[in-house]
Design a binder for this molecule. Structure first.
Ligand code: G3D
Ligand code: MG
Length: 171
């Protein structure tokens, strides 16, 4: 099976770092801001199914909003990424990102990612705020707090989204 997933969320929340952690198992920390779109693929096995995941990384700049919409076409799942140290990045998932995606793809499974959980002193989004957000969005199938720096929960988030896509295409 071959699936297309997209990562959505404000610039600098860690989308490119999460992909790099998942695909190469490392953290470089000096990525150039993604220009346009970058596509990476990774093979994985989820629930005994071999899956070829095509991971689309999209630039966060508002300038590219119209351009971005083209890249949501045919996406089967999305990782919605916010930064646990920047409350506005969670609000913006609501205001911009989810609306953009659903306009193009219709309902697809989402996994919500609160990234940079390693920055312990700087956490600025409470579990209650996250729970409320999830309550408002029935397509969010799961939530993980992750760190692209340490690798915490990164593989779980991608695997969970893949499981949700398998469930959505086989029912
Ligand atoms: P984006 O692709 O969403 O725009 P990037 O975000 O992956 O480019 O990351 C933006 C900045 O956040 C980078 O730092 C990156 O190193 C840092 N970052 C990403 N994920 C994490 C994380 O989990 N923990 C911590 N501590 N930092 C993270 P710079 O300094 O290059 O801006
Ligand atoms: Mg990027």
């Amino acid at each position: 099976m071959k699936f297309k997933i997209v990562l959505a969320g404000d610039g600098a929340v860690g989308k490119t770092s999460l992909i790099n952690r998942f695909v190469t198992g490392s953290f470089a920390g000096d990525y150039k801001a993604t220009i346009g779109v970058a596509i990476t693929s990774k093979k994985l096995v989820v629930e005994d199914q071999g899956v070829n995941l095509q991971i689309w990384d999209i630039a966060g700049q508002t300038l590219f909003r119209e351009f971005r919409k083209k890249f949501y076409a045919q996406a089967q799942g999305a990782l919605l990424v916010f930064d646990l140290t920047v409350p506005k990045s969670l609000d913006n998932l609501n205001l911009t990102w989810i609306q953009d995606i659903e306009q193009i793809t219709g309902e697809i499974p989402f996994v919500l990612i609160g990234n940079k959980v390693d920055l312990k002193e700087l956490q600025a989004v409470s579990p209650i705020e996250i729970a409320n957000f999830i309550d408002q969005h029935p397509n969010i199938a799961a939530h993980f707090n992750t760190s692209a720096l340490t690798g915490e929960n990164v593989e779980r988030a991608f695997s969970e989204l893949t499981s949700q896509i398998i469930a959505s295409v086989t029912t």
